[in-house]
Design a protein around this ligand. Structure first.
Ligand SMILES: Nc1ncnc2c1ncn2[C@@H]1O[C@H](COP(=O)(O)OP(=O)(O)OP(=O)(O)O)[C@@H](O)[C@H]1O
Ligand SMILES: [Mg+2]
Length: 243
């Protein structure tokens, strides 16, 4: 397995709060890695540091062996790492398709014709074609979550960090969302997924990292971490059926 992303001793503080505290793990090329942990554990902050929204206060992040900790977010996106946001951030006055076109044009430097083709493919894949001409402010939260992923795919980045992109879905929608993630892996993407829905973590992730109060407390297969007493105490509350 080849490392694509390496997080080494990463720290991010807000005043006296150590939101990410000396976190180290690898992300392997073309894997689906889950990140779990209680509210406030530092999962979103970790993503924000990786994509350059926050500068780390310590440690390093390397992508294909090269440090990216001093790069700006748009440069990190162009070299191949992007994320979906827990709180969705589409351009509200643009249509769904226009939102994806922005990602295509500025993320991949595609011309208008190529961007249109790519956006159509992404909308077809995610089930957004029916709302393509609607303003993103007017579509349902489910579709906005899909649009968040569509914009990430539009950048062409090979590593996609997904922050609770499956939250609030009904069981059928959740299955569909999980299948989309599996399909993205088949298409060669590397996925890092923050989720509270353990069914999704168990169903799609090959490995899982567990954060608590900013620190990594466990790492292993989803089955292994779910059986870990520290994880049960800090997060799960009780042993869950992991098969
Ligand atoms: N911009 C900020 N300024 C100050 N404190 C922050 C900021 N962003 C996050 N925090 C704090 O850092 C800690 C980690 O927050 P973070 O949002 O990363 O947690 P999380 O694991 O994503 O939680 P959740 O599961 O609820 O989304 C929390 O205590 C939070 O209040
Ligand atoms: Mg979060």
């Amino acid at each position: 397995m080849n490392n694509i992303l390496t997080i080494m001793g990463l720290c991010k503080t807000f005043g006296a709060l150590k939101a990410v505290n000396d976190v180290t793990f690898d992300v392997y090329e073309n894997e689906i890695l889950g990140i779990i942990g209680p509210n406030g554990a530092g999962k979103t902050t970790l993503f924000n540091v990786i994509v350059g929204i926050y500068r780390p206060d310590g440690g390093d992040i390397t992508f294909r062996g090269r440090s990216i900790k001093n790069l700006l977010p748009h440069n990190i996106c162009r070299i191949g790492i992007t994320k979906t946001s827990q709180i969705v951030h589409p351009f509200l006055t643009l249509t769904v398709k226009e939102n994806i076109l922005v990602a295509n044009m500025f993320g991949q430097n595609l011309n208008k014709r190529e961007s249109e083709k790519k956006a159509d493919e992404i909308m077809e894949f995610l089930g957004l074609t029916d709302v393509m001409n609607m303003h993103s402010a007017t579509i349902s939260l489910l579709k906005r979550r899909k649009l968040e992923l569509a914009r990430a795919l539009g950048t062409g980045a090979e590593v996609i960090l997904m922050d609770e992109n499956l939250a609030g879905l009904n069981p059928v929608e959740l299955e569909e969302g999980m299948e989309i993630i599996r399909e993205l892996k088949r298409r060669g993407k590397t996925l890092v997924i923050v989720e509270h829905i353990m069914k999704a973590i168990m169903g799609v992730c090959e490995r899982t990292v567990v954060l608590n109060y900013g620190e990594k407390i466990a790492e292993g297969t989803p089955y292994e971490v779910c059986s870990d007493e520290r994880v049960i105490t800090a997060y799960l509350g009780k042993k869950i059926c992991c098969q």
